[in-house]
Design a protein around this ligand. Structure first.
Ligand SMILES: [Zn+2]
Length: 355
């Protein structure tokens, strides 16, 4: 139960949220409890499936979002939580119930933030994008997100600020040949051999490192899969190289695709998947205030996160959370108790400074 005592203590609240099992698709119970906890706060609470939105209506000139997902990856013999020394172990401790607990703790206890705040507790982050509670909210009721000038996602960053994220593009590069019996190979045309220049181009490719707003983004263009050939005695008539381009957010998806076409000029290419990156967005006044409150260097986010979803809505966003991102989705996932306390302090300091 999320009693008042628990809600007032971010560590106890993290433990309580971890101990409500909520593997993606199974968030009814945790969403019920979060909704109930927000009941007596005076916040305007709305529910969409198992996504809860709670908004202050204080008439402040600016509004910010604090967001955390409620789901976890499947349990792996690591539930319920176990606290030992200064560490809380268990599925979801790092990714990201510690961060979600900080948002819920502030939603319930912070009466006078300097900005209006929209708290978002959402379902299905760890599965297909189509089921993502934040995506569904952005499609159905975008105005609940777009009236904010800044969003803070409390995903695990180990107490550092991670800004922006890289985009990703997957491309199939195809070569065609002609089948023949390998005993009379001169009658055929080997499509696998024809893929050599594709691999050579990727091998000698020199990826950029781009610094944007003080964050370093390292790009990468790599073959991630290759297929071709039909039998041990047949000259192959097709070869497909799957190429993944992770690109810095100063390129649009279109520019990223054009770049890959340039590198692999002359080959038949098919784009099969694409997602934009997100610029760090550190110019937003609320983002600057947050950086000042935390007083830490920032670094670039190298994966793809929901920060990009906010960026496409025109809302600059950062990741900042207590958990260690390298422990996410691992069996020995854990979070340091003092990182939870520190995280709650930092976010509260930011929300109340100058108020
Ligand atoms: Zn997460």
């Amino acid at each position: 139960m999320l009693t008042r005592d628990v809600l007032e203590d971010p560590v106890a609240l993290t433990r309580a949220l971890v101990d409500i099992e909520s593997v993606s698709g199974d968030e009814a119970e945790i969403a019920d409890q979060v909704q109930h906890a927000l009941g007596g706060t005076g916040l305007k609470v709305e529910r969409f499936g198992h996504t809860i939105v709670a908004r202050t209506e204080l008439g402040r000139p600016e509004r910010v979002v604090l967001a955390g997902h409620l789901d976890t990856v499947p349990l792996n013999d690591n539930w319920p939580s176990r606290t030992e020394g200064g560490l809380m172990h268990g599925c979801g401790t790092s990714d990201m119930k510690a961060g979600t607990a900080i948002a819920l703790h502030l939603a319930v206890t912070e009466q006078a933030p300097r900005h209006d705040v929209t708290y978002v507790f959402y379902e299905c982050e760890e599965v297909d994008s189509a089921r993502n509670g934040l995506k569904i909210l952005a499609d159905k009721r975008p105005e609940l997100l777009t009236d904010a000038s800044f969003a803070l996602l409390l995903e695990p960053t180990h107490g550092l600020v991670e800004a922006g994220c890289q985009g990703t593009l997957r491309v199939l590069a195809r070569t065609a040949g002609r089948r023949a019996h390998s005993a009379r190979s001169w009658l055929g045309d080997n499509a696998i051999h024809k893929a050599a220049p594709i691999l050579r181009s990727l091998q000698v490719y020199e990826p950029r490192t781009v610094v944007i707003d003080g964050c370093e983004f390292r790009e990468g263009l790599n073959a991630v899969r290759i297929g071709g050939g039909v039998a041990g005695n047949v000259i192959p008539d097709e070869c497909v190289v799957e190429v993944n381009f992770r690109f810095a957010p100063d390129r649009s998806e279109e520019q990223a695709a054009a770049h890959v076409r340039e590198v692999l000029a002359g080959f038949e290419l098919e784009i099969v998947d694409s997602a934009p990156g997100a610029l760090p967005g550190l110019d937003a006044p609320a983002a600057r205030e947050f950086l000042a409150a935390i007083g830490q260097p920032r670094r670039a986010k190298l994966g793809w996160t929901d920060v990009a979803r906010f960026a496409t809505l025109g809302v600059p966003a950062l990741n900042y959370g207590p958990g260690d991102p390298n422990l996410a989705h691992k069996q020995d996932e854990h979070v340091e108790l003092d990182k939870i306390v520190e995280g709650a302090d930092v976010v509260r300091r930011w929300l109340t400074a100058g108020a």
